[in-house]
Design a protein around this ligand. Structure first.
Ligand SMILES: C[S@@+](CC[C@H](N)C(=O)[O-])C[C@H]1O[C@@H](n2cnc3c(N)ncnc32)[C@H](O)[C@@H]1O
Length: 388
C-alpha cells in the first residue's frame, strides 16, 4: 500500500507537470512518510484550512492516504504551545503540499553540487530532497523552532543525511556557509532579507513566497545581480506560514473608532465596486503590491451580507464597505487622514484595466543597498506606482 501510495502520487504530480524527471529519483529516495509525524492535520483538497486530525496509531490507512495526497500536512500549531488533537489558533509548521514543493525546487534550478541555503527546515523533507540531489555537504538549513529542528535532524539522520542545520532566525541567513548558489525559503516573507541576498553569489537564485500586507501571496524567483540587487518574476500563487519574525499583529477595530460606535466620524459615500470582486487571492495580491500598510477583514452576517473593514497598520485610518447580495452600489464609510477604500479601489481598477494580470506578469526588485522593494508589472522598468 505504501509503495502504491508513493508511486500513485508520483504519477499524479508528473501528470500535473510539477514533478519533473530530474526530481523523480529524489521523490522516490526520500519518501514523504518518513517526514510526517504520527499526528497531523491534512489540508483540504479544495479551499484553505486544515481538516480534522489524523493519528497514525488510530487510523493508519487514513494517515497514508493523506501522506500520499497532494495536500499540505500541518504538524504544529501556535509555535508548539498547542497540544492534543484539536486545532490550535494558527498553524506554524507543516510538511508542504508536494506540488508546491516540487514547483519551487524546479524553479530553484539546482545544478550538481550547487550550494543551497534553505530557510524553514520544518519537517526536514525539503532539506533531505536537496541533500539527495546536491549532497548534504552543500545544504545549509535554518529553522527557528528548536523542537522542529530536532525532529527534522533525527529524520534526516535516519536516512543518512546530515546537512548543516542551524537553529535560529533564517532572515540572518548563515554567513559561514556563504556564498550560496541557491536559496529556498519555505515560510512566507513580507520582506526579502537584505542579509540573505548578500550571501548569494551573482547569478544565484532565491525562490521565496512573498506576502503583501493586504493579503495575497506568490512565489517569487529572484536572480541576484552584479550590483547586489535581486530581480525576478512571480511564478504562481502560494499560501505559506509567515516567517516568525515577520508576523503582523493587528489591533481590534475598536482601537480605530476612538471609543465611539461605528460609523463614528466616518464620511459616507457609495461605490459601484462590489467587495466580492476584490476578495480572491489574486486581486488581493495585486492590491497589496500597490498599497502601503492596508489590511482587510470581513465581518460576516447570517444573511450572506458582510462588512469589509479596511485598516492601516499605523492605526490612523479605517474604512468599511457593506456588501449585500443583489445590490449594484455599496455603502462606504471612511475615516482618518487616509481614504483607505479609495486607495484600494484605485489599485483594483488599475489591475482590472491592465487585463487582470496573473502572478507571472508581476515581479519584484529588491535594491542591494537600501533593501527597498519595488514591485513591477511585465518588466523591471515598469514599476507599479504606489497608490497614495
Ligand atoms: C511550511 S514549514 C517548512 C516546510 C519544510 N521546508 C519541510 O520540508 O517540511 C515553515 C517552517 O518555517 C519555520 N520558520 C518560521 N520562521 C522562521 C525563521 N525566522 N527562520 C527559520 N525558520 C522559520 C517554521 O518554524 C516552520 O517549521
Amino acid at each position: 500500500m505504501r509503495e502504491a501510495g508513493l508511486d500513485g502520487l508520483a504519477s499524479r504530480l508528473t501528470e500535473k507537470g510539477t514533478l519533473t524527471s530530474d526530481w523523480l529519483p529524489m521523490f522516490k529516495a526520500v519518501p514523504r512518510e518518513l517526514f510526517v509525524p504520527d499526528l497531523m492535520w491534512p489540508g483540504q483538497t479544495k479551499g484553505t484550512g486544515q481538516g480534522e486530525a489524523i493519528d497514525r496509531n488510530e487510523d493508519p490507512e487514513a494517515w497514508f492516504t493523506a501522506v500520499y495526497s497532494d495536500v499540505s500536512l500541518t504538524t504544529q500549531w501556535d509555535d508548539g504551545k498547542h497540544s492534543g488533537t484539536g486545532k490550535g489558533k494558527s498553524p506554524t509548521c507543516s510538511n508542504s503540499q508536494p506540488s508546491m514543493v516540487f514547483s519551487m525546487l524546479t524553479a530553484l534550478d539546482v545544478r550538481q553540487s550547487s550550494r543551497v541555503l534553505e530557510i524553514g527546515t520544518g519537517t526536514g523533507w525539503n532539506a533531505a530532497l536537496l541533500s539527495e540531489r546536491v549532497g548534504p555537504g552543500n545544504v545549509v538549513t535554518v529553522e527557528v523552532d528548536e523542537d522542529n529542528a530536532t525532529s527534522a535532524r533525527e529524520r534526516m539522520k535516519a536516512l543518512g543525511y546530515q546537512p548543516t542545520m542551524i537553529v535560529g532566525d533564517g532572515a540572518e541567513g548563515y554567513n559561514k556557509g556563504a556564498p550560496y548558489d541557491r536559496v529556498l525559503v519555505t515560510a512566507s516573507l513580507t520582506e526579502v532579507p537584505h542579509r540573505v541576498i548578500g550571501q548569494v553569489r551573482t547569478g544565484g537564485i532565491i525562490v521565496a513566497p512573498y506576502a503583501t500586507t493586504y493579503g495575497g501571496e506568490g512565489v517569487v524567483r529572484l536572480v541576484v545581480q552584479r550590483d547586489g540587487s535581486a530581480v525576478g518574476s512571480f511564478i504562481g500563487s502560494s499560501a505559506f506560514m509567515r516567517l516568525r519574525q515577520q508576523r503582523q499583529f493587528r489591533k481590534h477595530t475598536r482601537e480605530y473608532l476612538g471609543g465611539k460606535e461605528w460609523p463614528a466620524d466616518g464620511v459616507q459615500s457609495m461605490t459601484p465596486i462590489s467587495p466580492e470582486e476584490l476578495g480572491d487571492w489574486l486581486p488581493m495580491f495585486a492590491i497589496g503590491l500597490q498599497t502601503q500598510g492596508i489590511f482587510p477583514w470581513a465581518e460576516t452576517y447570517d444573511d450572506g451580507s458582510y462588512t469589509l473593514w479596511l485598516r492601516d497598520t499605523a492605526v490612523t485610518s479605517w474604512a468599511t464597505v457593506d456588501y449585500e447580495p443583489g445590490r449594484k452600489e455599496f455603502e462606504v464609510y471612511q475615516s482618518g487622514p487616509r481614504d483607505l477604500w479609495d486607495e484600494v479601489a484605485v489599485a483594483y481598477e488599475y489591475w482590472d484595466t491592465q487585463g487582470r494580470p496573473g502572478w507571472e506578469r508581476f515581479g519584484l526588485t529588491v535594491d542591494g543597498e537600501t533593501g527597498e522593494h519595488t514591485p513591477w508589472l511585465d518588466s523591471p522598468s515598469a514599476p507599479l506606482r504606489p497608490v497614495v
